[in-house]
Write a protein that binds this ligand. Structure first.
Ligand code: NAD
Length: 366
């Protein structure tokens, strides 16, 4: 979907979009007194309850918030399926500037709406959300993960997400360079928030040459001070002479305008929905000879982490082992892509759908 196609999607009614993307349920949450406007989208619950984080963002308009919730929740279905988890796909967005409107009451009110779904949707952190927010939500509902370790939760899932992205990047390096070492590789990390900064840590430890950019200069400066990484301008990212581009900010950065400029061999990052149009842009990367590590596959570490938290049987070692499977799953995705002459994104979606279909058959109706 090119940027304009995304706008076209946004212009359609909620039901038209839900029909197109096959959603089960879309919930609008509103509280005038607290200024809460949120959308909870449940995409698919064949494998289990819908799970996916809550994002807070100052959307340009309500239509983009709806489409974001719908696209992100769909992505969660594929993400959990390919990670081998028994949960479905869901996501929530809260409309507004976190710096201006976020407070305890707003979070707890949102928690009441999550609770009203009786466990069909479980939430966690996403962009602009913290473990403190999960703690507030948890005051109103048990259906929340990513709560602080001091409260018996598994804490922020971002370090595990970042580790999975790093594992996926190594797998891509193995495919392209014959060795999975990232030492000396030039990696541009776009967005150094929760996921990006932990990814930078892994990369620096391995001896990669790391370049960073973010709309928030403070975050960039902190990483420059801490790790000696090199800052680059936001507009320099795509044409920068790099080996690996790691999108770790928001989605749709792989689009008609950017793919032609890309000056790298690999795209492997943590952001959700990196391809503005899965089919078109997935294929454009293949045509340009750039190996794409599907986002919903390599950023699945966080969902593995919160999945084990939600089972009540959290085990960090098991979480890390399951996250490391991303390496082999990437190879299987790329192998299938070559055999079937399809793009890696299509190949990963095929594997995920296969599991949903197979497990769906296990659950025969009584
Ligand atoms: P975050 O808000 O902590 O970090 C995002 C960073 O991107 C911020 O520092 C922000 O300033 C920066 N940013 C925004 N627009 C930018 C732009 N145009 N150019 C450069 N930087 C920009 O969020 P996060 O938790 O690190 O998540 C990052 C991405 O990874 C999101 O797409 C999220 O959905 C995805 N993701 C996160 C997790 C997780 O565990 N946190 C799991 C899976 C996927």
């Amino acid at each position: 979907m090119a940027i304009s196609a995304l706008k076209q999607l946004e212009s359609q009614s909620v039901f038209a979009q839900a029909e197109l993307m096959d959603h089960e349920q879309v919930v609008f949450c509103h509280d005038k007194s607290l200024g809460l406007k949120a959308i909870i989208a449940i995409h698919n619950t064949v494998l289990g309850p819908a799970m996916g984080g809550t994002r807070m963002w100052h959307y340009a308009d309500e239509a983009s918030a709806v489409t974001d919730a719908l696209r992100l929740s769909r992505g969660m279905t594929f993400k959990s399926a390919i990670a081998g988890l028994n949960i479905g796909g869901g996501k929530a967005v809260i409309i507004g500037d976190a710096k201006k409107i976020k407070n305890e009451a707003l979070m707890r009110r949102f928690g009441r709406f999550v609770d009203s779904l009786g466990g069909r949707y479980w939430t966690a952190e996403d962009v602009n959300m913290t473990t403190q927010d999960m703690e507030w939500i948890h005051m109103e509902t048990p259906y929340v993960t990513g709560i602080p370790e001091s409260m018996g939760g598994s804490g922020d899932p971002s370090p595990v997400t970042a580790y999975g992205v790093y594992v996926g990047m190594k797998s891509a390096a193995k495919r392209v360079y014959g060795s999975d070492s990232l030492a000396g590789k030039k990696v541009v990390v776009q967005g150094v928030g929760n996921v990006g900064r932990y990814l930078v840590e892994n990369l620096v430890k391995e001896g990669a040459k790391v370049f960073v950019t973010d709309i928030n200069e403070v975050k960039v400066d902190q990483l420059v001070q801490k790790h000696g990484v090199t800052p680059i301008g936001m507009s320099d990212v795509y044409s920068f002479d790099m080996d690996i581009y790691a999108p770790c900010a928001l989605g749709a950065t792989l689009n008609d305008e950017t793919i032609g400029q890309l000056n790298c061999a690999i795209v492997a990052g943590g952001a959700n929905n990196q391809l503005a149009d899965e089919e078109l842009h997935g294929q454009m990367l293949v045509d340009r000879g750039i190996l794409y590590a599907p986002d919903f596959l390599i950023n699945g570490g966080g969902i593995v982490n919160v999945y084990y938290e939600h089972t009540g049987n959290y085990n960090r070692q098991k979480v890390m082992e399951q996250t490391e499977r991303i390496y082999d799953t990437c190879q299987a995705v790329w192998d299938q892509a070559v055999t079937e002459s399809i793009a890696p994104q299509a190949s990963a979606m095929k594997l995920a759908l296969q599991r949903i279909n197979d497990i769906g058959k296990v659950k025969l109706p009584y």
